[in-house]
Design a protein around this ligand. Structure first.
Ligand code: CP
Ligand code: NVA
Length: 306
């Protein structure tokens, strides 16, 4: 049976039921791996991974994940391919999707992922754009569920830049049924279209300590994302009052968790005492990229597993 092509350009490409399935399946695949069980439904399947930005976690988790599922992954970058020599993205998508079974792309504009998907005969996964980072947030929700049970009905604080990670958390709030407080400096509020898509699932805040009151989870990200390096000095100044530190965590619920997609800058967006403290689950989050993405790849290529 041939499955219709499904892409994962953002968390809105799956239904809420499917996302909950992926979280549960990620937990199952993690348990199997920890028990030493081999699960190789993708023997002979190949993923192309296109990286236009740097990566540690995303590359390793996708490459290791494909190998563990019995398949293989190929890394390409603009410099190491014809992309930097002017071959159109559309042509690349057509060629890559005739030779390999699934594509992961990390790039700048969300439109690049959209255009690639339009011309691809195989599923395309967004491995981070300026607008979204859905794979990371899928792993983050899996991490919350493992630690605390369902996230539905909970309150989450996003403290920092209203950028890709924040946008995917807004999608997650809508899809998983929690409320997201988005607390940013002026001028760094989330994208208008994402605000429309998620109306009713989030609120905008300016005052970190007030926004942190009673929340179940505190999440942050770097102040200067990849591609914004020329703004670093200005950002360091504007974001200084938006650090996740002991004072912020003290306002949150006593069993609140702290998350960060990594890489982190201790002393900037998060204090060392918080990221290295007991409420932090950043290493689980990082590991769960592997398990959640294996569930995603399996779902896109084989459909839901019984
Ligand atoms: N969190 C994350 O996506 O990390 P990398 O940039 O290392 O892939
Ligand atoms: N917002 C960060 C996330 C890195 C994983 C960036 O885009 O650089």
């Amino acid at each position: 049976m041939t499955l219709p092509i499904r892409h994962f350009r953002s968390l809105l490409d799956c239904s809420a039921d499917e996302l909950n399935y992926l979280v549960e399946r990620g937990i199952t695949l993690k348990a199997w791996r920890n028990a030493g069980k081999t699960h190789q439904p993708l023997v002979g399947k190949v993923m192309t991974m296109i990286f236009e930005k740097s990566s540690t976690r995303t590359r390793i988790s996708f490459e290791a994940g494909m190998a563990q599922l019995g398949g293989h992954a190929i890394f390409i970058s603009p410099e190491a391919s014809q992309l930097s020599r002017g071959e159109p993205l559309e042509d690349t998508a057509k060629v890559v999707s005739r030779m390999t079974d699934i594509v992961m792309i990390r790039t700048y504009g969300q439109d690049i992922v959209e255009r690639f998907a339009e011309h691809s005969k195989v599923p395309v996964i967004n491995g981070l754009t300026n607008l979204h980072h859905p794979c990371q947030v899928l792993a983050d929700i899996m991490t919350f569920v493992e630690q605390r049970g369902s996230i539905a009905g909970k309150t989450v604080l996003w403290l920092g830049d209203g950028y890709n990670m924040c946008h995917s958390f807004m999608h997650a709030a809508k899809q998983f049924g929690f409320h997201l407080r988005v607390c940013t400096p002026e001028g760094y509020e989330p994208d208008a279209k994402t605000q429309q898509e998620c109306a009713g699932s989030f609120s905008l805040h300016r005052e970190p300590l007030a926004a942190a009151e009673g929340v179940d989870l505190v999440v942050t990200d770097v102040w200067t994302s990849m591609g914004c390096e020329h703004e670093t000095t200005e950002r360091n100044e504007k974001f200084r009052p938006y650090q996740v530190n002991h004072a912020v965590m003290a306002k949150a619920a006593s069993d609140a968790l702290f998350m960060h997609c990594l890489p982190a800058h201790r002393g900037e967006e998060v204090s060392a005492e918080v990221i290295d403290g007991e409420q932090s689950v950043v290493w689980e989050e990082a590991e769960n990229r592997l398990h959640a993405q294996k569930a995603l790849i399996e779902f896109l290529l084989l459909g839901k597993q019984a």
